[in-house]
Ligand binder design. Sequence first.
Ligand code: PRP
Length: 211
Amino acid sequence: MADLLKIAMPKGRINKSAIRLFQAAGYPLPDDLEESRKLIVTVPDAGMEFILAKPVDVATYVEYGAVDVGIVGKDVLLEENRDVYELLDLGIARCRMSVIGLPSYQPELHPRVATKYPNVASDYFRRQGQQVEVIKLNGSIELAPLIGLADRIVDMVETGQTLRENGLVELTTIFPVTSRLIANRVSYRMKNEPIERLCRRLTEVIEHTVK
Ligand code: PRP
């Protein structure tokens, strides 16, 4: 079998729009790529092998060369600071990284901030000249201000539904987030042709969608 391009694809929310993007770019991916429990799915007609990974681990697989390219949120790239090439803004999974709190929030001298993104949060508050204690959590971050673990949280907002349903408000937007195509540095040289072809085809679809 010809050398397949190995792609780390995030499981979960991003997956459906990423599959649609690849299909529109002419790669015959099955709609149900993620629906079985299989973690490695080969699509010979596309010349690709997909590794279905936790979104937060995608950049790690790419940096170590376990896969050639990956799809990953800008949030993870900024948090993990992995040594990879960022090739393309895919414009999918649009959301934002924000500081969130209760509507009654009052600025405090040394607030506690809960987050899944300790590096992003520390960096943001350092740049603001604010001293905060960052508490790392792994999910359901919105719980923290509700039950008194933290004064504020730094987390992703997509539709805003989680905030509304839990009576929280966005205090500041830190940066917008979309998914990016990233590549391993060695793969980018060794498999330049298929990677560049993938970039060209995806760019055509993205530009066409934006117009
Ligand atoms: C993410 C994020 C927010 C939510 C925002 O959580 O951490 O909780 O989505 O989306 P919304 O604005 O559309 O409501 P995720 O679903 O990844 O689960 P988690 O709580 O385990 O992080």
